[in-house]
Design a protein around this ligand. Structure first.
Ligand code: CP
Length: 302
């Protein structure tokens, strides 16, 4: 882990996931430590973000480090034609670690091949979002007291939603049963289903979830990713395919938790927010502790 980039959730082993989750619990108990004193972390966001960028920055600030970077590539020399290659070659001189979000799949891997410092992928197109996955796993373990043998429902945009792709890969190491609920246009891509087949793991596909969520341990809602559609009419057709409402949770397990990587649009009605089964805002808070664990592990400070 030390000195290594984190680009795909598959860059870490099961043991490394568990190590990060244990460390996350330590940071949750004691978040203010001066471990990053003298370190500089760059956050390069070529795509919009609220949680990921700010939780990375909060993590670094709380650990006594310094942050530089941008939240909008339009204020950088990218607008003058500077390439990603050259941007990374410059930024590596100014920091100890680069966090990058970029709309192009594979861009974070490319940045890690160019950079002399470790790179963390904060989301590359519809591909991967590994730090989100680790915070999702932390949220699952914390609320279910285990990661093993759970029944997880993924609901919504399973085609373009990078968070479900990364989470599926990681949870496949814990004998998870998956339920995929999506419209035909947004089904889980075949490559992920073939991956589960190769491991002998069970998954079920559905178009509706109202009658079946009583079996769920985790209901992982997702936003339909408007920005990934080339045709706005196609987006309009599916944008409100699933809306979770409070009354739909009546017959669900007492222990079920609703997760969502956020931002939400319409897919979770606000009447769910006060239900004790709603966990998405705490999930986002867990992102600060998880990112503390990831950064300090990569920098060899923990
Ligand atoms: N979950 C997540 O990636 O949120 P942001 O797009 O706000 O960073």
């Amino acid at each position: 882990m030390v000195g290594k980039s984190l680009i795909s959730i598959n860059d870490y082993s099961k043991e490394e996931y568990l190590r990060i989750l244990d460390l996350t619990a330590e940071f949750e108990k004691k978040p203010s430590q001066n471990l990053l004193h003298g370190y500089v972390v760059a956050t390069l966001f070529f795509e919009p973000s609220t949680r990921t960028r700010l939780s990375f920055e909060s993590a670094v600030n709380r650990l006594g480090g310094k942050i530089l970077g941008f939240a909008d590539a339009n204020v950088t020399s990218v607008t003058k034609g500077e390439t990603l290659h050259d941007t990374i070659k410059m930024v590596q001189n100014y920091c100890d670690l680069i966090v990058i979000r970029h709309p192009l799949e594979g861009s974070a891997r490319y940045a890690s091949e160019v950079a002399s410092v470790p790179v963390i992928n904060a989301g590359d197109g519809a591909n991967q979002h590994p730090t989100q996955t680790l915070l999702d796993m932390y949220s699952i373990k914390k609320t279910q007291n285990t990661l093993d043998d759970l029944n997880i429902f993924f609901v919504g945009d399973l085609k373009y939603g990078r968070t479900v792709h990364s989470l599926l890969m990681a949870m496949s190491k814990f004998r998870t049963t998956f339920n995929f609920i999506s419209p035909d246009e947004l089904k889980m891509p075949n490559e992920y289903k073939l991956y589960l087949d190769s491991l002998g793991l069970k998954y079920y596909e559905h178009k509706d979830f109202t009658d079946i969520i009583s079996h769920a341990d985790i209901i992982y809602m997702t936003r339909v990713q408007k920005e990934r559609f080339s045709d706005p009419i196609e987006y309009e057709k599916v944008k409100n395919a699933y809306i979770l409402r409070n009354n739909m949770l009546e017959n669900t397990k007492d222990t079920v938790k609703i997760l969502h990587p956020l931002p939400r649009v319409n897919e979770i009605n606000e009447d769910v927010d006060e239900n004790k089964k709603a966990y998405y805002f705490i999930q986002a808070l867990n992102g600060v502790y998880t990112r503390m664990a990831i950064i300090t592990s990569i920098l060899g400070l923990k």
